[in-house]
Design a binder for this molecule. Structure first.
Ligand SMILES: Nc1nc2c(c(=O)[nH]1)N[C@H]1C(S)=C(S)[C@@H](COP(=O)(O)OP(=O)(O)OC[C@H]3O[C@@H](n4cnc5c(N)ncnc54)[C@H](O)[C@@H]3O)O[C@H]1N2
Ligand code: MOO
Length: 411
């Protein structure tokens, strides 16, 4: 580590933004396979949406000139147009076309009158157009014009982006590949579930937790299993994985105990860029590389591991995918009760949304802080709350930084 290695969370995130300068090389991928990936190109519309004028309501397409001064029109039903119709004859004066929502508007027609305002009698229809009634036509290009830049490189393809790209008719897109992340748990006390626990042993909870946090964040996960507290065994697994992964993630052995080997391993084989941040839980977080593959050392305490992943791990993934490491900062919500302010370091607390039944603002209710080894309240939490250090107490209603515990594809 160098003298000026980051000590604060903010500096650590800024460091990562600079450390991972270039995103993973972009790949062209079938649109159908691209869900969850981050765009590596701007998307510029090559078509208009809608592609043709179409009816916004079920009813009758007419010419406004046929409406009398009293708003009434009696017209001959000359054609029926359903959605999907390929060729539509022109609508002449005195004619109406029965039409369904989404069907192409016939040339000559300039408004749809809803069927609720129509009385059909054989092949004629009597329509009553209310003053100020809307024409109910969706015009070519009113949603998207050819040449519009719709999505920017760095945006993730979620369900709505998928719908838009599909509507444009794109077959493939240029995206960042999913970062390949290898996850290793370390500790002599750890046992895989299912399995039998002997005295002093516990189930490895960090690996399933972190793996699913990674998957939810859009990564591809390799399970490296559990390594004993043996530096050579740990190193061997990490070196092997470094060859074909974009990030290594370890948990446990990150602190100062005589059986904590991770920082020494990284410093020996690669370079330890930073270790120990001014925050709690998550203090012994470390970051460096092994054989040029970035490695994030997470503490063994489950809450500390979750906090470290949420605050530093997601920032690394963001950079690998070509997104900013600190997507516009944190969300802020008012806390529902006073809280002691930490001194000299960030305190990360767990919180739950409180929706006001009277329709007032949503607030955050801090959950009890039961130490960084606890799992119970993490399982009840919606968010992590970042309490910035300072003097004055945090008052009820004061805005605090929050970030989701469980984040689906959102940076
Ligand atoms: N003398 C000091 N002791 C400790 C310090 C310190 O500064 N000085 N820091 C404490 C803090 S803060 C944390 S956080 C922990 C982090 O320790 P390690 O990263 O070295 O983790 P371990 O010692 O291996 O384990 C800590 C704790 O977590 C349990 N654990 C580990 N891996 C898993 C897993 N995969 N699933 C579930 N639970 C796991 C482990 O059994 C321990 O109970 O160090 C403090 N100590
Ligand atoms: O980082 Mo440790 O979990 O604060 O206790």
């Amino acid at each position: 580590m160098t003298e000026d290695a980051p000590k604060s969370l903010q500096d650590a995130r800024a460091f990562i933004a600079g450390y991972i300068e270039t995103p993973l090389p972009a790949v062209r991928m079938a649109l159908s396979a691209a869900f969850g990936h981050v765009l590596a190109e701007d998307i510029v519309a090559s078509v208009f949406l809608p592609r043709f004028d179409n009816a916004a309501m079920d009813g009758f397409a007419i010419r406004s000139g046929d409406i009398g001064p009293d708003g009434a029109a009696v017209l001959r039903i000359a054609q029926t147009i359903t959605a999907g119709e390929a060729t539509v004859p022109e609508l002449r004066a005195g004619e109406a076309a029965r039409i369904t929502t989404g069907a192409p508007v016939p040339p000559g027609a300039d408004r749809i009158v809803v069927q609720e305002a129509a009385a059909v009698d054989g092949d004629t229809v009597r329509l009553l157009v209310q003053a100020g009634a809307r024409p109910h036509i969706r015009h070519v290009g009113e949603d998207v014009s050819r040449g519009d830049t719709l999505l920017r490189a760095g945006m993730r393809i979620g369900p709505a982006q998928m719908a838009l790209l599909t509507a444009l008719g794109l077959r493939s897109v240029l995206v960042a590949p999913r970062p390949k992340v290898a996850v290793l748990s370390t500790g002599d006390e750890l046992v895989e579930n299912p399995g039998a626990l002997a005295a002093g042993q516990i189930f490895d909870t960090n690996r399933p937790m972190l793996s699913h946090m990674l998957l939810a964040a859009g990564a591809e996960v390799t399970d490296l299993g559990i390594a004993r507290d043996d530096p050579e065994a740990i190193l061997a697994r990490l070196v092997e994985a470094a060859a074909d992964h974009d990030l290594l993630l370890s948990s446990g052995g990150a602190s100062v105990g005589f059986a904590d080997h991770l920082t020494k391993i990284v410093a020996r084989r690669g370079f330890l860029e930073f270790w120990k941040l001014d925050m709690r839980p998550g203090k012994p977080i470390g970051f460096g590389d092994i054989d040029d593959c970035p490695i994030l050392l997470l503490p063994g305490n489950p809450l500390a591991a979750a906090v470290g992943f949420a605050l530093v791990g997601r920032a690394i993934l963001a950079r690998l995918e070509g997104r900013p490491a600190n997507d516009g900062g944190f969300l802020r919500l008012p806390v529902d009760r006073p809280l002691a302010r930490p001194v000299g370091r960030i305190d990360v607390r767990l919180g739950r949304f409180r929706f006001d039944p009277q329709g007032g603002a949503t607030t955050v209710e801090p959950l009890p802080h039961a130490g960084s080894a606890g799992l119970r309240f993490l399982a009840l939490a919606d968010v992590m709350i970042l309490l910035q250090p300072g003097e004055a107490e945090i008052g009820a209603g004061e805005l605090v930084d929050i970030l989701p515990v469980w984040q689906g594809f959102a940076g």
